[in-house]
Design a protein around this ligand. Structure first.
Ligand SMILES: NC(=O)c1ccc[n+]([C@@H]2O[C@H](COP(=O)([O-])OP(=O)(O)OC[C@H]3O[C@@H](n4cnc5c(N)ncnc54)[C@H](O)[C@@H]3O)[C@@H](O)[C@H]2O)c1
Length: 333
């Protein structure tokens, strides 16, 4: 297929692009590089550096590349920032997203896979979370993703725009070429590994009095390659209908302390911790039921154990101690 990947220069997007190319698809990355990295885009993909709100460039990319489906990953996704600047999140995750849907309608592209999030569930009353459980976002990030999901529902109804909405839990890990390099970094595994690498002096634990195995928050981690493969399976279901799936590895999940201990074992390095108070809005446990995508699409995670996930991220960081930043761009700072 001829696929446009918005946000394809970002962390998850770069791996989705790798997997699409591996399967023989024709890929165009559409990214404004506000957060992404030119170097993360695999050779073989075409690249349009532009913003989703640049209607002319967007329509022209969809038309000239004869796009058949879009994977929409471009977004702002920092929970804390979204609470401070909701306007930015409504703009980037809702207004820009609607601009994409309208451009797709205009060019008659009628298939979209959307990167949604576990944040649409807020603080769920039961675990593991199923797709039919009530949503109730507790921050503008989750809220704006949910608003876009609702727009997909109604565009589907009115314009036959088929969608697969994938609610990711915590993406982690790396491939040989592509890894996680965010500014600022807020995700636990890359932060812990930055401590192991000596780039940070300690890892902050937000609360150790939660009702979990060891008192620290428990989360569900999914290897970025397993996540990417789910997008490719989701493209197939769009031939028949729209769908919505959770994407995590399920099981018992891992606590913050278990992640840190595993990183110590994988890296053989010291990882000092500092325990502070809880952060508001952090649920004790967030674990996905991924039964639906397993049953309906035959998805099955290949890299679900934490050690494999952390080892892949560590290998990438050791090879790329400055991430995607070239020596010149670091010197220019
Ligand atoms: N990483 C996770 O654990 C996780 C979890 C749940 C959901 N998600 C969602 O998955 C998607 C990808 O996450 P990620 O961690 O790879 O994010 P990322 O920030 O690494 O990538 C996002 C990409 O989108 C681009 N972008 C942003 N706004 C744009 C715009 N208006 N026009 C064009 N390009 C734009 C950025 O330059 C960046 O390359 C996001 O939608 C995010 O909300 C991620």
């Amino acid at each position: 297929m001829r696929i446009l990947v918005t946000g394809g220069a970002g962390y998850v997007g770069s791996v989705v692009v790798e997997e699409l190319l591996r399967d023989g698809h024709h890929v165009t990355v559409y990214d404004n590089l506000s957060k992404g990295h030119r170097e993360a885009i695999t050779i073989g993909a075409e690249f349009v550096q532009a913003d989703l709100l640049d209607r002319e460039r967007l329509i022209s990319a969809l038309r000239q590349k004869e796009i058949e489906a879009v994977i929409h990953m471009a977004a702002d996704s920092l929970v804390g920032e979204s609470v401070e600047h909701p306007s930015k999140y409504y703009q980037s995750n809702v207004v820009s997203g609607l601009a994409l849907l309208d451009a797709m309608s205009e060019t008659e592209v009628r298939r979209i896979v959307f990167s949604s999030t576990a944040a649409v569930y807020g603080e769920p009353s039961r675990q593991p979370i199923e797709e039919t459980d009530p949503t109730g976002p507790t921050n503008p990030y989750g809220e704006t993703k949910l608003v876009f999901e609702r727009a997909l529902h109604w565009y589907n109804h009115a314009y036959d725009l088929r969608y697969a909405s994938l609610r990711y839990f915590n993406a982690a890990g790396a491939t040989t070429r592509c890894g996680e390099w965010h500014h600022p970094e807020t995700h636990l595994i890359p932060l812990v590994l930055q401590v192991a690498a000596g780039n940070r002096s300690f890892i902050q634990i937000y609360g150790d009095d939660y009702p979990t195995r060891d008192g620290t928050c428990l989360r569900d981690y999914i290897h970025v390659v397993d996540l990417a493969r789910a997008h490719i399976l989701a493209l197939d279901i769009l031939e028949k209908r729209s769908a919505q799936y959770n994407l995590g590895c399920g099981g018992d999940g891992y606590t913050v302390t278990e992640v840190i201990d595993c990183a110590r074992a994988v890296t053989g390095r010291r990882i000092p911790v500092q325990v502070g108070p809880r952060r508001s809005g952090d649920p004790a446990v967030l674990v996905a039921s991924s039964n639906l995508i397993k049953q309906e699409l035959g998805w099955s995670p290949q890299f679900h154990d934490l050690e494999t996930i952390i080892a892949s991220a560590w290998n990438w960081l050791k090879k790329n101690p400055h991430g995607y930043e070239t020596v010149t761009s670091i010197a220019a700072k």
